[in-house]
Design a protein around this ligand. Structure first.
Ligand code: ATP
Ligand code: MG
Length: 435
């Protein structure tokens, strides 16, 4: 049979009625009522019905009813209008080719009513991803990533790809995966931080990357992965972190808006998306601490917000009418070494929160090499480890800033998904390294 597919299930129109078409996909279900068999075939776009009449095609009928579920077949046949079948047509087979026979029993059902454990699903992710609702998450992901590229390009950003194998940890701290690099040791990048900053010394001015973050965080939480993706961006000649926040909120808005246009996927998931209004509320860190203390939290000035505090703040801000809000003017000690300090103990660092969960962090960065070295030392890091990075600051480095915005975190909040593992195809966590 050539080609194996002339139409996807959903692409058949009334014009195809009465014509011969070829469809292909997975056998989702077979209902044999004796004289007639209904085969539900699933492809990327949906499902369709193949109807085989025993008395008209005994050989094909026998072949079809004996195919194990989830096998892959191609069917060439007559596309016949039918009011009873899904999509208003059925395919009356003339020729059937079995392309791959599925083993039985299936490790995971595709259309079973019973919910399987997340671990069983992830162990069999290739089957899990055959489910319409699971696929819908990734179809939405695919579309919002397209919106990222469109928005950032329209803002004159330049897409880059920076190394994931690096010699010194990007953010400082201990949450790095160490690896052997021939006779040296190296790390997996926690983010493109050092490289996108170095690119600010090149004149490219505005760069972004859909980046991988590798983080050896020991804890197993619902919102941390050990390998995650982010929209990571850096821009030069900024006056303050406010310039960066404007791009970030514009980005979040365009992603949310694009998601709102994914009607088919949202229907499958039974979700609604509420597009936020701009600008997002800005709350300075000092006020955040006051708000939290007033509600009984014991957080002290200078501390970073833990998930409990973030949640409490989310409730407070919700009551004030804000799902999205920036926390600005963080204490310098709560932010990484490259963050630009501001008078006294403050910084030009900010977080973007959505309903009590951090979805992005950013700042104006330090562009003065002496100050940068001072901050590296103050953070108990060794400036020797950052020599090639620091060099980029010695021969003309404009003021700049940027952010990292977690894509899985975004999807969790967008679609109200409780576990971040649902938002990445093959999650890596403290215990999961396969598949
Ligand atoms: P958190 O405090 O929530 O653990 P972080 O402050 O350590 O995050 P950043 O270094 O600020 O994370 O990273 C920027 C963004 O990348 C975060 O706001 C989040 O959206 C995402 N991100 C960071 N670490 C992870 C992770 N381990 N798993 C999933 N997403 C992450
Ligand atoms: Mg952060």
């Amino acid at each position: 049979m050539k080609p194996y597919r002339s139409h996807y299930s959903k692409d058949v129109t009334t014009e195809d009625h009465g014509k011969t078409i070829t469809v292909a996909g997975w056998v989702e279900d077979i209902r044999n009522i004796g004289s007639i068999a209904f085969i539900i075939l699933r492809d990327k776009k949906g499902t369709l019905q193949v109807t085989a009449l025993k008395k008209e095609c005994l050989e094909l009928f026998e072949k079809l009813i004996n195919i194990p579920r989830e096998s892959v077949i191609a069917v060439n046949g007559l596309c016949k209008k039918s009011d009873k079948a899904r999509n208003d047509y059925e395919v009356i087979p003339k020729e059937v080719e079995v392309l791959s026979i599925s083993e039985t029993p299936l490790p995971l059902g595709v259309v079973d009513k019973v919910e399987s454990e997340l671990d069983t699903r992830l162990d069999n992710r290739f089957i899990d991803l055959r489910k319409q609702d699971i696929q819908a998450i990734f179809k939405i992901r695919n579309k919002v990533i397209a919106a990222v590229h469109e928005y950032l390009r329209s803002e004159n950003f330049f897409e880059v790809h920076t190394p994931n194998i690096i010699a010194s940890s990007s953010e400082g701290g201990t949450e790095v995966f160490k690896l052997k690099y021939f006779e040296k040791s190296a790390f997996l990048a926690q983010s493109p931080q050092l490289y996108k900053q170095m690119l600010m010394a090149t004149g490219l001015d505005r760069v972004y990357e859909i980046a991988w973050y590798f983080r050896a965080e020991e804890h197993n939480t619902r919102r941390h992965l050990n390998e995650s993706t982010a929209v990571d961006l850096e821009m030069a000649f900024i006056n303050s972190e406010e310039d960066v926040m404007k791009i970030l909120e514009g980005l979040v808005y365009s992603m949310w808006k694009r998601a709102d246009e994914c009607n088919e996927e949202l229907d499958i998931l039974g979700k609604k998306v509420v597009v936020p209004t701009l600008p997002f509320k800005r709350v300075i860190y000092d006020d955040v601490i006051k708000k939290l203390n007033k509600k009984g939290s014991e957080i002290k000035w200078g501390e970073d917000l833990g998930s409990e505090e973030e949640k409490l703040l989310g409730d407070i801000m919700k009551k004030e009418g804000h799902d999205f809000y920036f926390i600005t003017k963080y204490p310098i000690e709560a932010k990484p070494f490259y963050t630009m300090p501001e008078k006294d103990k403050y910084s030009r660092g900010f977080d973007l929160e959505c309903k009590g969960v951090e979805i992005a962090s950013g700042s104006q960065r330090i562009h003065n090499v002496e100050l940068l070295k001072k901050r590296i030392n103050a953070c108990n890091l060794n400036s020797k480890d950052f020599e090639s990075y620091l060099k980029a600051f010695r021969y003309g480095m404009p003021p700049h800033g940027g952010f990292g915005f977690g894509i899985e975190r975004f999807l969790m909040e967008l679609l109200d998904i409780k576990n971040i593992r649902e938002c990445i195809l093959f999650p890596r966590d403290r215990t999961r390294l396969t598949p």
